[in-house]
Design a protein around this ligand. Structure first.
Ligand code: ADP
Length: 156
């Protein structure tokens, strides 16, 4: 079975990688879908977000990175045997994701599997990484070295 893991990954953090590694241990294949949304303002371009993710996943054999624009149910439907994967950090993540999961199941017959964030990453978000990096803080506890480097260059 394939697990589709969608997100902005703007940029990828150790929290995302923890979910990807754990999903890779459960499913045959994990497809990380770097979402492209022309209405949304990202810090990093689509290619930058995908490249950072590709490097971060280099050591994990059964992971593939794709871009996707549109509804995630349409991506899941391209696979014969796939579910969505979501990471849950908090009650607010849970409430929001439960609503989306229900809509995806009702409209597309797509199931969502939830993995709880590991405690050390349960307060970590791309937003926190961006905010701290923008003020020159060291974010190496939160994101891989190549991401920290790109953040430093971006905010120089
Ligand atoms: P963020 O919320 O960090 O901006 P994304 O939109 O890229 O991230 O999130 C993609 C998915 O990863 C969502 O399912 C989100 O709940 C999950 N996720 C984000 N950060 C973490 C984390 N620290 N631990 C576990 N899951 C996470």
């Amino acid at each position: 079975m394939t697990a589709i893991y969608p997100g902005s990954f703007d940029p990828v953090t150790f929290g995302h990688l923890d979910i990807i590694r754990r999903a890779a241990g459960i499913f045959d294949e994990v497809v990380v879908a770097v979402m492209v949304n022309s209405e949304k303002r990202y810090l990093f371009s689509d290619a930058e977000r995908a490249d950072m993710m590709t490097r971060a996943c280099e050591g994990i054999a059964n992971v593939k990175i794709v871009y996707f624009e549109g509804l995630t149910v349409d991506l899941v439907r391209r696979y014969s045997d796939a579910v969505l994967i979501k990471g849950v950090r908090s009650a607010s993540d849970f409430d929001y994701e439960a609503m989306i999961a229900e809509a995806n199941r009702a409209s597309g017959g797509v199931e969502t599997v939830f993995l709880f964030a590991s405690p050390e990453y349960s307060r970590l978000s791309s937003l926190v990484v961006r905010e701290f990096a923008s003020q020159g803080a060291d974010v190496s506890n939160w994101a891989p070295d190549h991401v920290c480097k790109i953040l430093r260059e971006r905010f120089q």
